[in-house]
Design a protein around this ligand. Sequence first.
Ligand SMILES: [Zn+2]
Ligand SMILES: [Zn+2]
Length: 234
Amino acid sequence: MNLTSVLSDIVLAALVASPFILIFVLGEKNMLARAGRIERVRQSKYTTKDLLFGSRYTASTVFIWFLFDRLDSIFTQQGWSLVYRDNTQHGWIYFTLSFLLFFLVYDLWTFSFHFSLHHFKCLRKFHSVHHQNETSPMGAFAFHPVEAVLFRLPITLAKLFVPLPYSVFVWFYIIVIAHTVYIHMGYDFKGLSTKFILTSRFHSLHHRNPHHNFGLFFGIWDTFFGTATGVNKK
Ligand SMILES: [Zn+2]
Ligand SMILES: [Zn+2]
């Protein structure tokens, strides 16, 4: 069985299932909410319309990223991919550094790209799809097809030009799905720091005030470039 196709299925399943799981876990009537551990960071409670928001665009993003997975498989079959399966092939130091640098570089790319989507008129209309509503888990991957392609393209290019361990991509998919859904939950744990790992509160503020908070994973870029707002506020 082709591992890439298995991964595609996992990505698809996680994309579809995780919003519903997280709503269940982080809703307003569960144990954590009753204990005062979580709070709503979106302005209003969810309506059915909010929950369904973006599902059409989310479906198109899933389909586009699935096509990219197929394309990556073809490149692998042609022998063009530099992705390696044996973690020890380039040594453990290279393996560890490639893990850290991949996340850091991809995060800088998403910060820069997200900033451009808001500041260049030709790109703004594509990103307006994602900003049609407040944060919503089903809308976490609601992107215009052009934006979906541009977010995914660097992954395919990285596979062609940089020798990276296969496990980096497995963890990347899992973390990016879970974290992107989390920051679109509209709920957050009380008192969570936003300095290093970005929170739902941080991204909710971006949906209300699109001139700030462009980061995806890490708080360093917004802090460094002076675009952070509401950091660490309850
Ligand atoms: Zn968003
Ligand atoms: Zn935005």
